[in-house]
Write a protein that binds this ligand. Structure first.
Ligand SMILES: [Zn+2]
Length: 423
């Protein structure tokens, strides 16, 4: 904005104009602060749920111990977290395309695996801190009921705005219920108001309020494809919010020189915005050196194009979370590829639905006499002998527990094992 004050001849007019301008700038600064309201949402939640603070402290204690004890994960162990994206819309244009959703999953996989093309080069002083989290994301293949899914739900709402924002997390109030948060990362995508880009729940509240668990991202900041804010068009809002969901704090610890409980991020006075040039706030009042603050960290507030890294310390916190509050994600079958048994890839049968609750149907292309189901240790738990039917309904609900099993024909030359999942 360019204004020539001299054009306003009266000094009083100039003063009034300056007051008005400073009001505009303060308002603009405040609107910048609403970029992510994870901390604010948690504080409001904590007012209603006083035990939330103790739960947070408890997880913090575990995290510290886990990291100090170097109980780091097995090197090279990569987890793929099943994702479901709940698109909530009133206007058709907010019912975003599959491509926009795919572009967001791609960004998460690049950013969390340090495959992002804008990562720091090896001459940068912070390059040594850049870390591959070995966490990946996939749109779920299997829904909580064991049915095949594309990992996307679409819900029309008659609300252009949810007065209580969390209402978008509930079907009863016009939104969409989350899927089992122990097994899925739930995203809700909705046009948030007042420039807000997103917010997430912390893992310490998962058990107490599973129905709230997940990440909310504004439609205009989700993915890299579609009608996006120019400053938030690289999918980094979701990267930042998933960081919170895995127990990361803002880089400035939500306080002046606050603590983010990570050793290898640099102390920061407060949030950074836009696109600072390096070094930024060198020798700041909380004790940075000549390299200044790590504003390019995903847990700061800079524009998407200017953030590009997690640190090793942040990765440790995420894995401490995956070893405690969110440990069930490690055994989620949401990303399993079950297509090989949905189709006639076996020479002579198909089984559906898969996964299932112990009741399923086997259809044979030709009459087959013998077929067996094995548990994960190879022990036979079911044997279909001298079958004479083209279609057989089987009920094992009272005979076998939930888990992964294998099924194979004993008559075909191609007696390949196929995965069968009982929920
Ligand atoms: Zn945040």
């Amino acid at each position: 904005m360019f204004l020539d004050l001299k054009k306003f001849k009266s000094k009083n007019m100039q003063k009034l104009l300056l007051i008005a301008l400073s009001f505009i700038f303060i308002t603009a600064a405040n609107s910048q602060n609403t970029k992510c309201v994870t901390t604010e949402t948690w504080k409001k939640y904590q007012e209603k749920n006083p035990s939330a603070e103790a739960r947070k402290q408890e997880l913090e204690k575990f995290t510290k111990k886990w990291i100090e004890g170097k109980q780091t994960k097995i090197n090279g162990q990569v987890i793929s977290i099943p994702v479901v994206v709940h698109v909530i819309y009133y206007y058709d244009e907010d019912n975003i395309s599959d491509e926009q959703i795919y572009s967001q999953i791609d960004v998460l996989n690049e950013d969390f695996r340090l495959l992002n093309s804008d990562s720091l080069d090896e001459n940068h002083p912070f390059w040594f801190n850049t870390a591959d989290s070995e966490i990946e994301f996939c749109l779920a293949n299997v829904d909580p009921f064991g049915n095949l899914t594309d990992g996307i739900t679409r819900t029309y709402t008659d609300s252009v705005e949810f007065i209580d924002r969390d209402n978008l997390k509930f079907s009863a109030s016009g939104g969409e219920d989350n899927w089992d948060p122990n097994s899925y990362l739930n995203f809700w995508v909705f046009p948030l108001s007042n420039g807000l880009l997103g917010y997430a729940t912390f893992p310490s509240d998962l058990n107490a309020n599973p129905e709230l668990d997940g990440v909310v991202v504004s439609t205009s900041a989700f993915g890299t494809f579609g009608n996006l804010n120019p400053s938030n068009n690289l999918g980094r809002t979701a990267t930042h919010e998933v960081g919170h969901w895995l127990n990361l704090r803002h880089i400035w610890g939500d306080d002046f020189c606050g603590d983010d409980f990570v050793g290898d991020t640099k102390p920061a006075e407060e949030a950074n915005y836009n696109c600072p040039s390096f070094p930024h706030r060198d020798f700041n009042s909380c004790g940075t050196n000549e390299n200044g603050e790590m504003f390019m960290n995903y847990m700061d507030y800079v524009d998407d194009a200017c953030m590009n890294m997690f640190t090793f310390g942040q990765v440790d916190r995420m894995w401490a979370t995956l070893s405690s509050s969110r440990v069930d994600l490690l055994s989620s079958i949401g990303c399993d590829d079950v297509s090989d048994i949905q189709e006639f890839t076996s020479n002579n049968f198909k089984l559906y639905p898969n996964p299932n609750c112990g009741q399923f149907t086997i259809e044979f292309i030709e009459k087959t006499s013998n077929l067996e189901i094995l548990d994960i240790l190879g022990k036979q738990v079911f044997f279909l002998k001298d079958n004479n039917e083209l279609s057989v309904k089987i009920d094992l609900t009272s005979k076998i527990k939930s888990g992964t099993y294998f099924i194979r024909s004993l008559d075909s030359k191609n007696n390949k094992l196929h995965k069968l999942v009982i929920k």
